[in-house]
Design a protein around this ligand. Structure first.
Ligand code: F3S
Length: 649
């Protein structure tokens, strides 16, 4: 039987298991990336492993989420990260150099290689044929130490692209259309592999917009084949030697096929506050817009900003709207400046930000209360912009710019009709990539050779091995789709404590219940209860680490998001699934006791665990875990397990 692209790359890197969907496989990792919010813990854990040097072909540390140095804590984090990269042999990208996915794409991403990143949008370079997966920081630590990455073999879904995008339709609209059809859960346990005649009509930056937002579908990864367009991109960024040919076999078998006719795609918009809340722009038209932002790892590239610049040539941003551009890399900023576009945009009334994630996680440019903000980003979860009653819409740069001109949401086709002289800027690949590298420090240029730890850099908390009895109070009962932003918000006032777990833990689930952290500490152990898709969103391992620090022993949920579930194992929290009836019966404050010997059951492969609630009724919880995940849980988490493995030789 022929192979899909995904199977070919996985086969080349397979160290354990078989490529059977649902079975756990271990793969070798060629490249790793980490960013500042997850990176400090990655390097503290790497230090705890006791290794001298990164073992992967390439490791890169980016500073992109919290680049503003509000106080010494962020600056100390950045210094620590630079020192860790230098000490252990990773590339270091300075704060302000850009968002990890974009800088990685421009400088290192390579077809046919595996990439593991401690950020959920790591699959971005799938657009150029790299098999890239987002994971928890501890998985990155282990991969950097030369360990395999374990993941359930995903189903491979064929997204067959036909036709060609029409006027004003963009790659962003393609992925929004998929979100409309499939929802934020539509990709769980899957890799989306793009094929068909429509592929060659899309350039690499367009493809990476699509693969980037495969994350919003919940997909393990997304990948395109390689072709002339891939070569064209690698030539432009000065790395033609990285090209390899990657095609599915003619008789490759896919779990499913979804056809997208690009010629039928029209401008789309995701309404507040979920990325799958997608409608045609015309259905949302007419609403007054106070803020427009172009940026993020989805649509912050040079090729995303250029259309806005062309649309605004000779025009101005509407007086009632504020428009901000946050380029995704300093490379993009530099190209726009050299070509004169920055001055044009400024003259039109646009404000520029440094190249950072920033506003995507509520750091800077927080919208006004109860106002509409149109953003080219990938997520619009409630409160993520930095204000609880936000109203964030997600769209393409073209739709965002049309709104900035009109001062309200409008389909750019209608704006073009209205203005008479507004043309679709189309897509244009940047040709001026000169590999901006002043802000990238290669391992052989390292400025530090030992770790520099300021007072805000704490230790890594460890959990004891799993005991026999698991009993405690239901500390919090939550609904469906609880995100990692709910568990640990990523706003600036909180993120600065990412290297200081005791302090950061005070904010755990504070957006759901302000008293949670103190109650959890007082209760000395307990459970969280949630509905479907618990832990969706970012790869933030603090969302498992902080509950662990507060004494949470396990989570009873109807289902879990993939990366968060892995993080729960990694930090020794037992993730148990329960059915809807039991979920409906359990209440906050109930006393839950797992009837069976949990320690022994986890070790022996037991899948069903009876639990008793308030000594009144019994339910059944399910533990879906591989042998290795069970060993990790039993050891009290992955760090303890990895050390134990190393000691056992
Ligand atoms: Fe950064 Fe937002 Fe992407 S936080 S990595 S721009 S999803």
């Amino acid at each position: 039987m022929g192979k899909t692209i995904t199977e070919k790359v996985l086969d080349d890197h397979l160290v354990e298991g078989e490529l059977t969907p649902g079975e756990e496989i271990g793969i070798e990792i060629d490249q790793v990336l980490t960013q500042d919010t997850t990176g400090t813990m990655v390097w503290l854990q790497f230090e705890a492993l006791g290794l001298d040097e990164v073992q992967t072909e390439l490791a890169a540390q980016y500073c992109d989420h919290q680049t503003y140095q509000f106080d010494f804590k962020n600056t100390d984090d950045h210094r620590f990260l630079r020192s860790a990269a230098g000490t252990y042999g990773a590339h270091f990208s300075r704060p302000g150099n850009g968002i990890c996915h974009n800088v990685h794409k421009e400088n290192f991403a390579a077809p046919g290689k595996t990439l593991l990143g401690s950020d959920s949008h790591t699959p971005t370079p799938g657009g150029l044929g790299q098999l890239a997966i987002g994971a928890g920081g501890l998985d990155i630590t282990v991969a950097m130490g030369g360990g395999a990455y374990y993941v359930d073999m995903p189903e491979v879904v064929n997204i067959r692209l036909e036709g060609e995008l029409g006027e004003w339709a963009t790659a962003k609209d393609v992925i929004l259309e998929l979100l409309r059809r499939l929802s934020v859960k539509g990709g769980v346990g899957k890799v989306f592999e793009y094929t068909g005649p429509g592929v060659e009509t899309l350039s690499v930056p367009e493809r990476t917009t699509i693969t980037n937002m495969g994350t919003e579908l919940g997909a393990t990864s997304s990948i395109f084949p390689t072709d002339e367009r891939t070569k064209e991109w690698l030539d432009e960024v000065g790395r033609p030697e990285d090209y390899v040919d990657l095609q599915p076999d003619d008789d490759a078998e896919y779990a499913e096929e979804i056809v997208v006719d690009l010629s039928e795609i029209e401008p789309m918009i995701a309404e507040p506050s979920m990325p799958d809340n997608v409608v045609p722009v015309r259905e949302a038209a007419g609403q007054s817009v106070e803020q427009v932002m172009i940026g993020s790892c989805t649509n912050g590239a040079y090729e995303d900003i250029l259309p806005a610049a062309k649309m605004l040539e000779g025009r101005e941003v509407n007086k009632k709207t504020e428009m901000i551009i946050a380029p995704a890399s300093k490379q993009a900023s530099e190209m726009l400046a050299r070509e004169g576009w920055t001055a044009e945009l400024m003259a039109a009334g646009v404000n520029f930000s440094e190249a950072t994630c920033g506003a995507c996680i509520g750091i800077g440019h927080v919208p006004g209360s109860d106002t509409v903000s149109l953003r080219t980003f990938n997520r619009n979860f409630e409160g993520r912009s930095g204000i609880e009653d936000d109203s964030v819409y997600l769209c393409s740069p073209e739709v965002a710019t049309a709104a900035a001109i009109k001062g309200e949401i409008i389909d750019p086709r209608d704006l073009a009709d209205e203005l008479g002289d507004l043309e679709d800027p189309g897509f244009e690949l940047g040709t001026d990539y000169d590999q901006h590298d002043a802000d990238l420090i290669a391992p052989d240029e390292a400025v530090d050779d030992e770790l520099v730890k300021g007072p805000n850099i704490g230790d890594v908390p460890l959990k004891d091995p799993l005991e026999s009895n698991l009993e405690g109070e239901v500390l919090l009962r939550m609904g469906d789709n609880i995100t990692t932003d709910h568990i640990i918000p990523a706003t600036s006032d909180i993120l600065k404590f990412r290297s200081n777990v005791p302090k950061l833990s005070e904010f755990t689930l504070s957006r759901v219940d302000e008293s949670f952290a103190q109650r959890a500490l007082d209760a000395d152990g307990g459970f969280l209860v949630a509905g479907e898709n618990y832990g969706q969103g970012s790869s933030r391992e603090h969302a498992a680490l902080c509950p662990m620090y507060l004494g949470v022993e396990g989570v009873l949920a109807q289902s879990f998001a993939r990366i968060h579930k892995a993080n729960l194992f990694n930090f020794g929290l037992v993730p148990l699934t329960i059915d809807e009836d039991d979920y409906e019966r359990i209440e906050q404050g109930d006393d839950v006791q797992i009837v069976d010997d949990v320690g022994a059951g986890v070790r022996s492969g037991q899948e069903e665990f009876a639990f008793r609630v308030n000594d009144e009724w019994e339910g059944t919880a399910h533990l879906d875990a591989s042998e290795r995940e069970r060993e990790i849980l039993a050891a009290g988490g992955k760090l303890s397990w990895t050390k134990q493995q190393a000691q056992d030789g």
